[in-house]
Design a protein around this ligand. Sequence first.
Ligand code: AMP
Length: 490
Amino acid sequence: MQGLREKCGIFGVFAPGEDVARLTFFGLHALQHRGQESAGIATTDGRKLNIFAEMGLVAQVFDEDTLAGLPGHAAIGHTRYSTTGSSVQCNAQPFLIKGALGELAIAHNGNVVNADVMRVDLESRGTRFETTTDTEVLGHLLAEAAPSNWQDGFTTMMRRAVGAYSLVILSKEALYAVRDPLGIRPLCIGRLNGHGWVFASETCALDHLGADFVREVAPGEVVRVDEHGLTSTFPLGDPAADQALCLFEFIYFARPDSKLDGQLLHPVRMRMGARLSEEHPVDADLVIGVPDSATAAAIGYAAASGIPYAEGLVKNRYVGRTFIQPDQRLRERGVQLKYNPLREVIQGKRVIVVDDSIVRGTTTPRVVKMLRDAGATEVHMRITSPPITHPCFYGVDMATRGELIAANMDVDAIRDHIGADSLGYLSLEATVDATGLGGGRHCTACFSGVYPSEVPLQFDKFALESEASRPDHEIPMVAAAPATVPLTAR
Ligand code: AMP
């Protein structure tokens, strides 16, 4: 099955004298929400790389013995959400790759849209692949393009790779952190105990380790840390003007206690809720959020509308994401296993329910029914994002556009499908406004169909149909060569 795939979490640390494997374990644990399928850590002691990666949650994969087998002064780690399939185990990251300059370990968050073309090219020149991921393509590109020094390797890799890649890379001597020129996926830098350096997908991982936030890795930047300290280069020239940080990170993915581009997400989400109440007001008795991701937005909606906020749904925190169930029947049951309504709160009330997104339309009708069964007299659904009409090629993939409910139905039809009394989506303009960062800094492709890079045409047959309505500055869709092997995203 090619389902919706979640983004991954990456972490890196360079800290001589510290237990870097354990620090990485804690860092990955803080990033567990970004991927629950596999976890892995690689370390270097200056002489060789050590690696351990397996399927499962971070705390299931690692124990005292496995951590003790990862000595060194620098480490990288990865938590991954992948699709089901026989190759999943071998796709667990970090990967070890042998190249002209020796071994390297690589961990990746994002999705490279032209990986299949580059893979065919590398294979024709004799490269053998052990996994089906775009990450391995990046690793080989780097390793094989670096005949004399790493800098050449990064320049070649970044010239050729199109799409999203936040990377942490470990050689025997150094730790590298890399962000694609559009900065589609986040990556930040922290200082640990005054002498170490930390890299993480989200700032919440720095907080848990007591590391101080220094700055984000800039779009197009390669940061290198070794015993001499930190150096920064931009292999493709100065930082690109057009940044495209994923808007969905602000809406759903990142934790509310993380900062993205300097903005703490909890107040960002409260602002989204407040704007939603202005754009879609309705008379009601209560505002509730679908926990946990929409809680901040529901509080914001309630505060701005003057309608009381209440906890109306309790979430069982130990149920995995409903999304990751392999078939629709299990996914539907998942919603029921995950939420339980508080009948005493809801009974006889007109309820506004805030959620962050409707993707396939699996969760929302079940939530609405659950609330009606618990005695709600009216259920008004409010969504803190615009309708998702286009697939993401940068780390959250849909197999077909046909799976996206908003690509196939208008808002009235979706309202009928979910069984709500009313349905309101936040406008794209208000969603972007709520980030506090101004326009032109985000990737809005899943809402707008405007992709910040070329994307493979074969994945989105509808894209050309809407081409005429696209803004002039947009790069046209191009067809990538047919994939010989399905490439999976991290
Ligand atoms: P759906 O049930 O397919 O309409 O998905 C919408 C629900 O899933 C919402 O409650 C979201 O909070 C949540 N959600 C949105 N995107 C994702 C994702 N990539 N992975 C897991 N859950 C998601």
